[in-house]
Design a protein around this ligand. Sequence first.
Ligand SMILES: [Ca+2]
Length: 456
Amino acid sequence: MDFMLQTNRREFIKCIVGGAVTAVLPNGGCATVNPGNRLKSLDRPNIILIMSDDLGYGDISCYGSKKISTPNIDALAKGGMKFTDYHSNCPVCSPTRAALLTGRYQQRCGIEGVIYAKGPTRQTGLALEETTFAEILKTRGYATGIFGKWHLGYNMQFNPIRQGFDEFRGYVSGNVDYHSHIDGAGFDDWWKDLEKVSEEGYCTDLITKHGINFIERHKDEPFCLYLPHESVHSPYQGRNDPPQRLPGGKRGRKITGNEIARTYKEMVEVMDEGIGKIVEMVRRLGLEHKTFIFFCSDNGATKNGSNGVLAGYKGSLWEGGHRVPAIAYWPVKIQPGTVTSQTALGMDLFPTMASIAGTKIPTELKLDGVNLLGTLTEDRKLTERTLFWRYRKERAVRKGPWKLLVRGDNVRLYNLDDDLGEKKDLAGAKPEMVRMMQGELEAWEREVSPGVELRA
Ligand SMILES: [Ca+2]
């Protein structure tokens, strides 16, 4: 029974009981997904979405890093497609994740800023009325798991288990101590589904371990594995470094100064090692040809990392804030060694994954993202579109090679084909282009909700 075709978004209210998905139908009754759907997995490829945290455009070797070695991620690029113009929807964590999960500009669900461990935003989260890709995939009988960082609400009401995921291991805040799993406000933050649990281990290794375990357990049915890594977000800690955040608010030794570069490298390389293990398990189970793997970052690097030739860092709308590595891997379907310059955003993954799964998006659910499948499998060009970013006092607009960057009263225009480093402002030379893009920006801002910055 494919009830998503028969119900609209409002009516698709989920309750997940004992791992079974139930939809509330228009008549108020309930329909449970036919468990038989789970057995016929040939037409429903598995999906593995791996997202790094704060990893910059120049932080892995296949994007030019000379310091950090990432052979396993590089192998995905060599055997699949590498994006040179992929962007997170925002230069910080929570809004990027809101757009990724919902396939819509994060402005529509009001998550325009970081949900902080301290202060009033701690009480907020992604509204349950929003439809996530996990919920859509569940209607096709997919087993869904998230292992790693959620960052879309601290309170249990916003837990990923309430948003379409069958299984959750990880943390709900923006970052935890990699060893003690204590968040930035001093709370224990390690979960198994809806319960806080204690689990020993280095965060990156735990994410890998649970991901592998999930693949093994669900090898005979279609699955969607979402692995949002903590690496390479602060606190900077390697596998054998001591915890920095201790119970009772005590503090351990913090890695600072010259030690950061060494630790940063190790953090990325341990994640890469884990990605290698994930791919190895997929291969060992004979699932490689029916598993789509996508790797990306959630925003650009801080000053401790590298954004390659790009200007700016995490938190800004210069390219370095949001143009990030992205790689798609799917043997037979994706031509090995392809490099695409198509402009794609995190919000495009929702319709792409739905398309891979063979699921129709309910017409009532208006997505902003577009399906990338034609680009992935046939190197097809995407239909021209204008793209927008808004974070705090900055705005950015992309139209082909043109980028408008608005920072307060300052308006600049760059041609990224000629000037990827955003050095030569052409606003004075191209006033008509500036006016046109400003007009589109104003129309977009009127259309999405007015900016609600969660914390000033
Ligand atoms: Ca981030």
